[in-house]
Design a protein around this ligand. Sequence first.
Ligand SMILES: [Zn+2]
Ligand SMILES: [Zn+2]
Length: 176
Amino acid sequence: MAEQEFGPLRSREARKPWPECPDIVIYRCGHCGRLYQGLGYSMPAQAPACCGSPMEQLKPLRLEDVSPEITVDYQIVGGYNQNAVQVFWEAKQPEDSPEWILLKTFTGSYIKYVTAKKRPPVVFALADEDAYVYCDNSPCLQCIFRCKRGFMIYLYIKTKGLLEIPLEKMSSYWQS
Ligand SMILES: [Zn+2]
Ligand SMILES: [Zn+2]
């Protein structure tokens, strides 16, 4: 009986899930710099207001837009019973370090704030549908079927804006 131990985080999905949650919508006030997140399935046509004027909806940048000042990479670690996404970053200037990192998954999102003394990686532990993987290797070799395809990493960098990195690489060269 003890042979087949199912961990509490393990996915019970028979096939790879696909995101079934709203897109990440972040607004920034051009006056005070505050951020607001839209959480609904449908967003109002008009942006919400702060400091008396409509806020700007942040249009996500790609890695190539901020390269080579900022580099970001990720790795999927763990197998069936527990797995996680590790996010690594490197900023040439300290002011280009991320303020927070958000992982969008199949079911929603996780957000972690990055303190000044935090060293990479930031680790997002996954459970339930989000823990679906194709292989039991650790680290997952980002199996050619791309078990976490549909996930998205967002980094908010005050000096640059919102950065978006899809989890779609097919093999990991991180260690090499
Ligand atoms: Zn404001
Ligand atoms: Zn895999």
